[in-house]
Design a protein around this ligand. Structure first.
Ligand SMILES: [Fe+2]
Ligand SMILES: [Fe+2]
Length: 173
């Protein structure tokens, strides 16, 4: 069993990660309709990774004897009006998720829950990468994406991304 507040926050995190997956699937959906299949591929994989994040937290709760309650997932909140909108919204969303992870970490420290702190360390690092990737994409788009050839090249680059399940999901021990 975990501390009540820590368990509650982790439960909410399952929903937040599933929502992230839904949001990125919506971004993929937008780019797919626009014919930007590389951008669509990037966010399709991003959606898979976010679902995986939810599953990692889900597994952790179960492994600790907690009851997981699956709540409704909200409709994606971002109104997309240009190709750059999803990139900017993604960074904002990742910062929001980082805050959320930090809040759980803080609660785990308060509860002297060292196991959850260790569990969350992977997420802390992951959020650093997520924010760096999200702002890297914005920089790239602003530098090269406003010109047709540049946009073509970014799209080709993003097409090459492949899905690998995150390590906490593939651990066998
Ligand atoms: Fe995530
Ligand atoms: Fe993320």
């Amino acid at each position: 069993m975990l501390n009540k507040n820590v368990a509650k926050l982790l439960n909410e995190q399952v929903n937040k990660e599933l929502y992230s997956s839904y949001l990125y699937l919506d971004f993929s959906n937008y780019y797919r309709n626009k014919g930007l299949d590389g951008f669509a591929n990037w966010y399709f994989i991003q959606a898979q990774e976010e679902r995986d994040h939810a599953l990692i937290v889900y597994n952790y709760l179960h492994e600790n004897g907690e009851i997981v309650s699956l709540e409704a997932i909200a409709k994606p909140h971002v109104k997309i009006e240009s190709s750059e909108d999803p990139l900017k919204a993604a960074l904002g969303h990742e910062i929001f998720i980082t805050d959320s992870i930090n809040t759980i970490y803080e609660a785990a420290i308060k509860a002297k829950d060292f196991r959850t702190q260790q569990f969350l360390d992977w997420f802390v690092r992951e959020q650093g990468e997520e924010e760096a990737n999200a702002s890297g994409l914005i920089t790239k788009f602003e530098l090269f994406g406003k010109d047709g050839r540049g946009l073509y090249l970014i799209n080709e680059e993003l097409k090459a991304r492949t899905y690998t399940p995150p390590s906490p999901l593939t651990r066998t021990e």
